[in-house]
Design a binder for this molecule. Structure first.
Ligand code: B12
Length: 212
C-alpha cells in the first residue's frame, strides 16, 4: 500500500524523487488521482505557502516544492485528461502577464481536458496580445485566466480590455481564478465567471457552454 502522507511530506521538503515514486505507486493501486491532488498535494503547497509567509521557507524551498508537485502532476495529468472525452468547447488558458505560477492553472487545464474541452494552454506570464492571437487563430469560445499574485490581478483586467480592443470579447466567455481572485473582483473587471477550484471551473465552463 502506498503511504500517501509521504506524498504530502515529499512535496513539502521538495523531494521530487519520493513524490513521483509515491504517486506512481498510488496510481498503480488505483487511488483516485483527484484524491491525491485534493488531500495531499494542494494541502502540501498551502503549508509551503504558510511557511513562506512566516519566513521559515524562502524562494528556493518554494521552487523545490513546486518541482516536486509538478513531477507528480505529470503522472496524474494524462489520467485526468482521459476521463471523459467528447468535444464540449474550446478553451484558451494561461496565467496572466507577470505571473509565473502555473500549478493551479495546469490542474484546471487538465480537468477541462478531462471534461471534454479542447484546451490550448499558453503557459504562464502570458501577455494580453497572446491571448488575443490565440482566440483569433483557434475560434475558442472560452478563455481562462489565472493569477496567484495580488500585483498581477490587474493583468486580468488589462487582458479583458485587450480582448475588447481587438474586437474578440463578444466571441468568448472569460473565466478567472487563482488564490487571490474573488467573485467580486471577477465582476468588477467584467469577467463572465469565477471559481475557486478546478472542478468548479469545469462545472462553470460546462454551464456557460450549454447556455451559448
Ligand atoms: C509554488 C509557489 C511559487 C513557485 C511557483 C512555481 C510554479 N511553477 O507555479 C515560485 C517559487 C516560482 C513562486 C514565486 C513567487 N511567489 Co509564489 N507561491 C507558491 C505557493 C507556495 C503555491 C502556489 C500553488 O501552486 N498552489 C497550489 C495550486 C493548486 O493552487 P492555485 O494556484 O490557487 O489553483 C487552484 C485555484 O486557485 C483554482 N484556479 C487557479 N487558476 C484558475 C483559473 C481559473 C480560470 C479558475 C476558474 C480557477 C483557477 O484552481 C486551482 C486548483 O484547485 C503560493 C502559496 C499558496 N499556498 O498559494 C505562493 C504565493 C502565491 N507566492 C507568493 C509570492 C510573493 C511569490 C514571489 C513574489 C516570491 C518572491 N519574492 O520572488 C514570486 C513571484 C514570481 C512571479 N513573478 O510569479 C505569495 C503571493 C502573495 C500575494 N498575495 O500576492 C504566495 C501566496 C506565498 C505567500 N503566502 O506569501 N511561488
Amino acid at each position: 500500500m502506498a503511504e500517501l502522507q509521504k506524498l504530502h511530506d515529499a512535496i513539502m521538503s521538495g523531494d521530487t524523487k519520493t513524490a513521483v515514486a509515491v504517486t506512481r505507486e498510488a496510481l498503480a493501486e488505483n487511488v483516485d488521482p483527484m484524491e491525491l491532488i485534493r488531500q495531499y498535494m494542494i494541502p502540501a503547497m498551502d503549508e509551503v505557502g504558510r511557511l513562506f509567509q512566516c519566513e521559515e521557507y524562502f524562494v528556493p524551498e518554494l521552487l523545490l516544492a513546486a518541482r516536486a508537485m509538478k513531477g507528480s502532476l505529470e503522472l496524474i495529468r494524462p489520467l485526468l485528461a482521459a476521463s471523459g472525452r467528447q468535444p464540449t468547447g474550446r478553451v484558451v488558458i494561461g496565467t496572466v502577464k507577470g505571473d509565473l505560477h502555473d500549478i493551479g492553472k495546469n490542474i484546471v487545464a487538465s480537468m477541462l481536458e478531462g471534461g471534454g474541452f479542447d484546451v490550448i494552454d499558453l503557459g504562464a506570464d502570458v501577455a494580453p496580445e497572446r491571448f488575443v492571437e490565440a482566440i483569433q487563430r483557434s475560434n475558442a469560445n472560452l478563455v481562462c485566466l489565472s493569477a496567484l499574485l495580488t500585483v498581477t490581478m490587474p493583468s486580468m483586467r488589462t487582458t479583458i480590455e485587450a480582448l475588447k480592443q481587438a474586437g474578440v470579447r463578444e466571441r468568448v466567455k472569460v473565466l478567472v481564478g487563482g488564490a487571490p481572485v474573488t467573485r467580486q473582483f471577477a465582476q468588477q473587471i467584467g469577467a463572465d465567471g469565477y471559481s475557486e477550484s478546478a472542478p468548479g471551473a469545469v462545472t462553470l465552463a460546462r454551464q456557460i457552454i450549454a447556455a451559448l
